[in-house]
Design a protein around this ligand. Sequence first.
Ligand code: C2E
Ligand code: MG
Ligand code: MG
Length: 747
Amino acid sequence: MTGSMSKKLKIKYIAIIALVTAAFVAACITYMFVFRENLQEDNKIYFDNVAVEAARSYESELRSLLTSAETLAKLFPNFNTMSEAEKIEHLQEVASLNDTFYDLVYINANGEAISPNNGSAILSRRSYFEMALKGVPNISEVLTNDFTGTPVNVFAVPSYTGQHITGVLACAMETADLVEILNTDTFGGKAANYIINSDGVVILPPNKDILGLSAGITPFESIEPNSDEPINLTQRDAHGNFTFTHDSDTYYASFDAIDANAWIVLTVALLKDINSVTNNVFALVMVFTVSFTVVFTSLLLIFGVFTWFSKRRYNEVVGERDYLKYTDALTEAPSYEKFIIDVNEAFNIEAPGKEHAMISMDISKFRTVNDHLGHDEGSKVLKKLADVVGRNVKDGEAYTRVSADHFYILIKYETEEHIFERINSIINDAYYDIQEFKLVLLFGIYKIDDVFMDLRSMVDRADLARKTIKDNNESTSAFFNSDMLSKIREEKKIENVMESALECNEFKVFLQPKYDLQNRSEIIGAEALVRWFRDGKMIPPGAFIPIFEKNGFILKTDRFVFEEVCKQQRNWLSHGYSMKTISVNVSRMNLYQPNFAREMYDICAKYEVPTKYFEVEITESVAFENLDVLTRVFRELKNYGFHISIDDFGTGYSSLNMLRNLPVDILKIDRSFLTESYDKRANDILSHVISLALALHMKTICEGIETKDQAELLKGFGCDMAQGFYFARPMPIEEYEKLLYSTATAK
Ligand code: C2E
Ligand code: MG
Ligand code: MG
């Protein structure tokens, strides 16, 4: 039970950890992805800004180059009116002033070009010439120098004479130089800036061309934007961005129009470079999160497993302890402690329309089972009976084996008939399960009318009802009624005052003389019988001894009586009187005290009275309850020198054979054998019991002799001793002393 519970707990624990961890990881990862996406969007915005800056830088570089060209153009007024030689000389002069452009060409309004090295060509169809002649300074696309064949770009600006455009100054710059001038270290060198025209054709590639697009290529033909949205470059203020995949790498491009020829600067970088910091941080956070999760989960698991182990060990220890505490060792039925808990729980469970009944059950004359089948078999019967009772107890009910064959059962019922059904079910099951012995079960039933009553009172009432069942077993069950209650009250009253009664010397020891039957005149000893005097009245032992036996106070009472007797014997010893044995009655509870014999001996030693002057009377009804314990205690007592007698012999059901094993000195034959009138069969039994005792080397004493005839009869049977009203009643010690020693002489 404990094991499966722990297993369930363990699975539950691991499931909770797994769920919590999974939820935590899922939440972290989701959050991080969202966070990364936001950061990546921010990165793009940042890149857009960088691209705009690059475009502005390009714009200003180109503008400044155009301005340089315009400055040079101002040096050509009336150029057309010069002679050819003057023109070349002037051109050379101006060229020497300039260190920006590698070649200057003057083109007159007819498109006739003249260069400083006397080269000439007709350039009237060139678009840069046409635009400049219209007054628009501009930069050409990449052209091939007509004279040198190198790729160049021409900065074409109008040349004025007065207010009129009289020609165009075309300042050529090698494309490689222009690229070098424009080159800016954009985005830490990881971005490339392409100048394209509104048709998407590359006008100027960057000096580090990450896409491999040379001038004249239309990037939008070789690269495919990932978005379906068209890219509009035709506007003068074109501005935007897009992602595209090229050679299986994803790039991000941001474009911005510049104020030169309606060109556009397209800034491109690998998307992973743009997001490199974010991605690195993301990877770091991921590694951290995963590591943290692994460490956290491991710790949680270690902690869980550790807790589980210590809890399991704790449960084992508590379980073992509880098992011993809450389980009856012999039958494994719930102990009385467990019964208390179960009954409380039963009362707390709602049971509409149902009442509770407390049943006290025992086996009629159980000792005969032990007697006939042996002690071990007797134990087996009890185990089987406990099983039967356990099977018949339903949920929300309770039971316990409180002692030997005595059980308490709490049941729920609706009608009295229902109670009988439940009882009959137990009887039937016991009949089938324990066929080797025909058990008669007795049931005392208390229909609980007050669930707040203490449990002790409930079981007392059930016990009381059971004890009213007569031995003839006409009926095997009885209900508690209020008349019985006065008996319980009486018992309670006695319990309330017993302690103080002992302290206030309300208990007195009486002695009843025992006689040598063969010589009537000689007292051979006495039996100590306790008397309780309260409020001037004597309470007979029968009214309190059974109660003391139930609540344990009998231990104190027996000890008190024994000490009183010891004191008295000491007294007589000191006076030098001839000593007689005095017997004391010892209740069964004493026998289960671990050092009983030793304590008896210690008391004798305390008063310095030899143990041989004492006899211990143990009633037959107790004698065969637990033969092992009894044999041990008898031997110990015997070893200390006490005499031992079996009291009330004949009232129980002990086997005479068992007497053989016990060191018993005297058999006290119960007075029930004595009949008032002549009864041959009873006399036969009596005479044979006496003969048997003789054969077993035991002495016999018959108690309760009230008539001369009885005394004579027993004398005739060979009975050794006698005790009874015929000889003397129990009397105070002083009286006994007088009777014994008035005529006696000191030794
Ligand atoms: P018991 O040990 O069998 O004691 C004998 C009982 O028989 C005594 O009753 C005694 O007064 C009574 N008796 C003696 N002669 C006659 C007679 O001729 N006729 C009749 N009818 N009765 C006679 P008592 O003193 O009332 O004691 C009753 C029982 O209480 C005792 O039976 C004994 O079992 C128990 N008892 C008495 N004193 C003590 C004690 O100090 N300790 C323990 N554990 N039990 C005690
Ligand atoms: Mg006795
Ligand atoms: Mg007796």
